[in-house]
Design a protein around this ligand. Structure first.
Ligand SMILES: [Zn+2]
Length: 282
């Protein structure tokens, strides 16, 4: 094996372990539980996992997706999350080598993955991800010039202004949305998420992230959420009412973080090129 293949394979294994810890954060933070104690247990029977039942992906395969104690199935979401993070870490090292930049991108994408999965499952964005992300982004922005790798991420000054721009823009959009819709339009979690993203990307890419996230959300809403709501109305409302068109379409809440996170990832990698092109067109 060449050194670069070896480094990529090592990054994949590290990513699997990080993904395993991410699973713990996703299932415990929404319930305000510690991610350190107690040790991992079966959510069904409470059986405490031995070390060999807690090896990323391998244990799930060896146990054939069943708890060793109660025999109930273990969701495939856990190994899939581990593999996803493992692949992200491997991609980062294969693209940027075993470098500070690769580590920064890998941590950024891991935290975004955690935010997206928690928002999708629980409709909330835990402070654990966003506070960690904000502090990590500011600290690495300060360290980057000394290490000599300032690729992709904002400078310390832009990181500070970016955090304020991200949180501020969400606050403005949320305020205007509340005035227009007469209900809460943005959660506190969206604001803290964009403070973290802003500290990583700096002001211009952060502002585009919010609009790109809104565009992705609008597409998903029209293509998936609205048709499902329409079908559900057809099922629950009696035929006569439906034909008169009086039954209101009850629209579910849209977790905005699910769309802000891929937008932020796109803007980190391709944002500068995208913004250059936008300005050339105008
Ligand atoms: Zn069990």
């Amino acid at each position: 094996m060449t050194p670069s293949v070896l480094a990529t394979a090592f990054a994949f294994v590290v990513g699997l372990c990080v993904g395993s810890f991410l699973n713990v954060c996703i299932s415990r933070w929404p319930a305000d539980l510690s991610v350190v104690r107690p040790r991992s247990r079966c959510p069904n029977c409470g059986h405490q996992l031995a070390w060999f039942e807690n090896v990323p992906v391998v244990s799930w395969l060896v146990l054939r997706a069943r708890c060793r104690s109660c025999q109930l199935p273990i969701s495939a979401i856990y190994p899939l999350g581990e593999v996803l993070v493992g692949v992200l870490w491997a991609l980062c090292v294969s693209r940027w080598g075993p470098s500070f930049t690769a580590l920064r991108v890998a941590v950024f994408l891991t935290l975004l993955t955690g935010v997206a999965l928690t928002d999708l499952r629980h409709y909330l964005i835990p402070d654990g991800f966003t506070v960690t992300g904000l502090l990590w982004s500011l600290a690495t922005a300060l360290a980057a010039p000394f290490i000599g790798e300032t690729l992709l991420f904002a400078s310390p000054y832009d990181a500070l202004i970016g955090a304020c721009a991200g949180a501020g823009l969400i606050a403005i959009v949320g305020w205007l949305g509340e005035v227009a819709l007469k209900r809460e339009a943005m959660g506190m979690g969206d604001m803290t998420l964009m403070a973290f993203v802003g500290a990583a990307l700096g002001p211009p890419r952060t502002i585009v992230t919010v609009f790109l996230g809104a565009a992705l959300g609008a597409v998903a809403f029209l293509a998936v959420v609205y048709p499902i709501a329409l079908v559900r109305r057809g099922r629950t409302v009696p035929q006569t009412e439906l034909s008169l068109g009086t039954g209101p379409v009850e629209l579910p809440l849209v977790p905005f973080g699910v769309f802000l996170t891929p937008a932020a990832a796109i803007m980190l990698i391709w944002g500068d090129a995208l913004i250059d092109r936008l300005f050339l067109l105008s």
